[in-house]
Ligand binder design. Structure first.
Ligand SMILES: [Zn+2]
Ligand SMILES: [Zn+2]
Length: 305
């Protein structure tokens, strides 16, 4: 399986790639611009070209781009939805320019606290309609949009797998342009008990029944600070959270998952990502006792440049 991390690009896209190479990764996730700003300068064509050239010689795959946190494609307010649709179209174009394989996007929030059932249904239809507009505006883009499951916090859509299935169903005629990213922290926080062996099997069966495991393109591997079903979107170091090391090993080595790209979005990326990647590599070796894992806290001080 390709293993990688979400790395910052404050020093440039090529710097992030070089760092991923130093870390021994096989794939990479980045933002193509600040995730907390609506607007950004267009990508510099020469820099993008240089990055693509460096990427192609690196043999890394896949390149994953994550969209902005501000985008809400399910917003009930027309102006907000239009702004989000424009921003998402720009995200697709930027990801395409960088040579991205996947653009991960959250499902948005329906924002109708008083009538949740209606809010969910209408929100999912708005999300599907917004995505269709974005896809229609970028007919030649080859980057695939990966809908990410959420912790179902507040009125956020995408906690139950049926939400993702509904959107994919609405866009069935353009299914080759859409896939799913499963975030383990979000799944656990939304109430999918992936921490136990039976729970993982049930979760994957539910995913397969609702969406189809063939639509699952990548995993965001994060432990969870919050409890099962707590709806808290707080990532934790691998093996140090409520999901735990044994469950992480089962996820990493599961026959239905182990071929997929695994991307870490664990906390304190500057100081802790190397230790977290090391923990994953050790957990991948089936049957290795949990106590032999490298504790991120101990390793961190010595490893960062
Ligand atoms: Zn995300
Ligand atoms: Zn994620």
């Amino acid at each position: 399986m390709p293993l990688g991390a979400h790395l910052p690009t404050s020093k440039g896209f090529e710097f992030a790639l070089r760092r991923a190479q130093t870390l021994g990764c096989d794939c990479l996730q980045i933002f193509s611009k600040s995730p907390r700003q609506w607007d950004a300068a267009p990508l510099d064509a020469a820099k993008a070209e240089n990055f693509r050239a460096a990427w192609n010689t690196s043999k890394f795959a896949p390149l994953v781009v994550h969209d902005s946190f501000l985008i809400n494609l399910a917003a009930p307010d027309d102006a907000m939805r239009e702004r989000s649709t424009r921003a998402m179209t720009d995200e697709i174009e930027r990801a395409e320019t960088l040579g991205g394989d996947f653009l991960v996007t959250h499902c948005g929030a329906h924002l109708q606290k008083d009538c949740v059932a209606e809010g969910v249904e209408a929100g999912l239809l708005r999300l599907a309609a917004s995505l269709r507009e974005c896809l229609n505006a970028t007919p030649d883009a080859r980057v695939r949009i990966a809908l990410e499951n959420t912790a179902a916090q507040g009125t956020c859509l995408g906690g139950p797998f049926e939400h993702l299935a509904r959107v994919l169903h609405e866009l069935n005629d353009v299914s080759e342009r859409l896939c799913v990213c499963l975030d383990t922290c979000h799944a656990f926080a939304a109430g999918h008990d992936i921490a136990t062996q039976d729970g993982l099997e049930n979760t994957l069966q539910n995913f397969d029944a609702a969406i189809g495991l063939d639509r699952l393109a990548l995993i965001h591997l994060n432990d969870s600070k919050g409890a099962l079903g707590g709806h808290l979107d707080r990532h934790q170091h691998i093996g140090q959270g409520q999901i735990g090391a044994d469950a992480m090993r089962r996820i990493l080595t599961h026959p239905r998952l182990k071929h997929l790209p695994f991307i870490l979005e664990t906390p304190d990326v500057e100081t802790m990502i190397e230790a977290n990647l090391q923990t994953v590599r050790e957990l991948q070796i089936e049957g290795q006792p949990t106590k032999k894992r490298v504790k991120p806290g101990r390793k961190a001080a010595a490893v960062q440049p």
